[in-house]
Every structure is written in C-alpha cells, then in structure tokens.
Design a protein. Structure first.
Length: 396
C-alpha cells in the first residue's frame, strides 16, 4: 500500500462521499413506499416488492456536483404474482403503477406533481435531503429466458452458481418509446438491477481480508449483515472517484459524457482485489479499456451479456455527441490527472488540483500533516497545465 497516495484519495473521498445518514434516509423513503404499497395500493393484490437499485444499492453515490442538483434514488417496483404479460401491456402496468404513485403522493402530502419518464415514474422530495425517487414498474422474466441468460453468463465466464442466482433475478420493465408499448407481447425490455448489484458485490468480495475487517469493526458475523454502502471497498471508492472526475470534466456538456453504468461495469471487471483505493484506481485506469470489445456488444452487461451498455455509441446521436471518442478522452485525462495528483508532494498543488478536477475541498494544511510534509521555504511543484485552462477537447 502506498500510504501518501491513499491519504490523498481519502481526502478527496471525504468531500465527495455522502454520509451514511443520507443513505439511511433514502432507504427509509423506499421502505415507507413499500409499506404503503403493500397495505394501501391498487397493486397490493399482486404481491409488490420495492427495492433500491443503481448507485444507492451499490454504495457508490456521490454528493451532487451543484448545490441545486438532486440525489437520484432508483427503485424497482416489482409485481411478483398474478399480473401476466398475456393479459396486460407495458402501458397497462405503467398506468397501474402511475395511479399508485399518485395516490402515495397525495397520502404523504408531497406537493410536487409526479413526473412520467420513459421507463419510470418520478417523485421529487424537497426536504433536508433533496432527491427524486424513480419507480420502475417490473414483472418477473419467464423461466425460459432466465435459463438462456444463465447460459449466456456462463459463456461470458461467470461461475455457474453466481450465474444461476443472478439470472433468476431477471425482470421485464416498461418503455414507452417501444412500438409494442400498448400491445400484448411477450417481448418486454429486460433488466436485472439486483442481479447486477450481486455481480458487483462478487467483484468487491475479491478484497476478502478487507471485508472481514469491515465486518469485525461493525461487530457483524459476516459482511452480508451490512448494507453495501457500509462495505467501503476500494472498488466502491474507485467508482466514486472516477464518476466524480467524469462529472467535472463534462460539466458543460453532460449529454456527451461516459455513462455511469459503463464506468461501473468496466471498473468492476478491471478490479483484481486491490486492498486500497489508490491501487484499485491505478489498476482500473490501466486496464479498463481492455474490456471494451472491438465489435458488438462493445461493453457487455455482465448479467445479460447480449445487452450492450455502449449501444448508443454507434447511433446517429451517439456519433454527433462523439460518445466513444469522449470515453477514450476521459480515460486518458483521468490517468493523467490521477498521476498528477498522487505523485506531487506539494499539498497546496494537490488541493488546487482536487478543486479543479473533482470540485473537492481539501485542506492543504491538514493534508500536509497527514503526508508528513514539512514547511520548506521554497515549494517546487511539477510542471502541469494550468488548472484554469479550458477543457476543450471533450466538448461537442
């Protein structure tokens, strides 16, 4: 372990990470919704289950880049029994969940109107934790499709026990942009957010000794007793670090940035169980590009390898936004900035770079203490591009 590098990464992480209380409050909102749905909703008779997905489930949430930005809490709204695709269209399911969302909004006196998105319903909460909740309507996938996915995962290199467990979590979701949205059809869009989370956890578990230590610190018999956001693994830290760098780099043009699921997937595939964040980031930035295929699927979804997370790269809009070029530009810039910030011994320079590249407020005096750096009369900093230079190459 390179302690100075990890001190620098830890200083940045303290600024961009969210407190456990924020996770707890968001999850409490989800649990309140689930309790209400099970007891009072129109869909209660279909055995509904509400569960977190996305970065809140993975434990990789960052503080919003701007003060007026919201946290995004993605939820899967699964009807587990007696609601079949043979009798209901995607539009039917979306409308049912929409009516429940509206009833819940009125019951909890949420003032902001519900908002319909292509795949979900959105509610905005305006309290001390400003966030929106996205409820994604879902049904279980068929047994035949689950078997096909399991076999595809095994061909992809995932061990049979994990492939079986994960494929069994596959879901069908709604998408109003589809031509069959209003039709009875067995071919609904496929998703597996919980399966992806389980696969991501399997990558985090490569740091066996670290996770055992986390469990002991929390006085838990095993790491499985703790929610993922309390694992604080090097992989989670690396994903937070990389997403934050991406957010700042593409602040002026977010539509052209690499999407989070691509960064998260490639980071997890490149991770090899490093026991500290700095080593994990270095490994990931060195190797993540090796997991981008030359042909489709360019970035396979590990829990459904036929799906391509980079499917927009080769579309008219993707080419206009230069999505693929921007991904490679971002990787190279992240490598350069990581090297620059972790090889300097000048706390003031590191603080300036943390602010410029991560919008992170790092106290140079405190960092000097952690790094054990004295107070020389003359501080020599490495040659670098001025932090005020506009970041032009990646803007469309």
């Amino acid at each position: 372990m390179n302690q100075p590098k990890n001190d620098i990464i830890a200083a940045i992480a303290e600024t961009i990470d969210i407190p456990e209380s924020a996770y707890e409050k968001a999850i409490a909102r989800a649990k309140d919704l689930e309790t209400w749905v099970k007891e009072s909703s129109e869909s209660a008779k279909f055995d509904p289950a509400i569960s977190a997905q996305g970065s809140f489930r993975l434990g990789t949430v960052n503080r919003p880049l701007k003060d007026d930005d919201e946290y995004d809490l993605d939820l899967s709204w699964l009807l587990r029994n007696d609601y079949a695709k043979a009798q209901h269209s995607q539009a039917d399911l979306k409308a049912l969940v929409g009516r429940d969302i509206e009833a819940y909004r009125r019951a909890r006196k949420i003032e902001t109107a519900r908002e319909e998105k292509n795949r979900c319903w959105r509610l905005h909460y305006k309290d001390d934790l400003k966030f929106h909740l996205d409820g994604v309507p879902a049904l279980p996938e068929s047994l035949e499709r689950k078997l096909a996915i399991r076999q595809a995962m095994q061909r992809f290199g995932i061990a049979e026990p994990l492939a079986q467990a994960v494929s069994n979590l596959s879901l069908n979701i709604t998408d109003r942009t589809r031509t069959d949205y209003h039709l009875l059809s067995s071919d609904w869009p496929l998703s597996n957010p919980e399966g992806f989370a389980r696969w991501f956890e399997s990558r985090m578990r490569l740091a066996v000794a670290l996770l055992e230590g986390r469990a002991r610190e929390a006085r838990a018999s095993s790491i499985d007793e703790l929610p993922a956001y309390r694992w604080k693994t090097p992989l989670q830290r690396a994903v937070q670090f990389l997403k934050r760098h991406r957010d700042v780099m593409f602040d002026a043009n977010p539509d052209a940035q690499p999407i989070s699921i691509i960064i998260t997937t490639l980071a997890a595939r490149a991770y090899q169980g490093e026991s500290d964040a700095a080593s994990a980031i270095e490994r990931i930035l060195t190797d993540m590009g090796k997991f981008v295929n030359q042909s489709r699927p360019r970035v396979p979804n590990p829990v459904n390898p036929e799906e391509d997370f980079a499917d927009k790269w080769d579309t008219i809009e993707g080419r206009r936004l230069q999505l693929e070029q921007n991904f490679w530009l971002w990787v190279e810039q992240a490598k350069a900035d990581f090297l620059k910030i972790t090889t300097s011994s000048d706390p003031q320079f590191i603080s300036d770079q943390a602010r410029a590249r991560f919008r992170a407020t790092v106290d140079p005096v405190e960092l000097r203490r952690k790094l054990g750096v004295g107070f020389p009369n003359v501080v020599v900093t490495p040659k670098t591009v001025p932090i005020t230079e506009p970041a032009r190459p990646w803007r469309a």
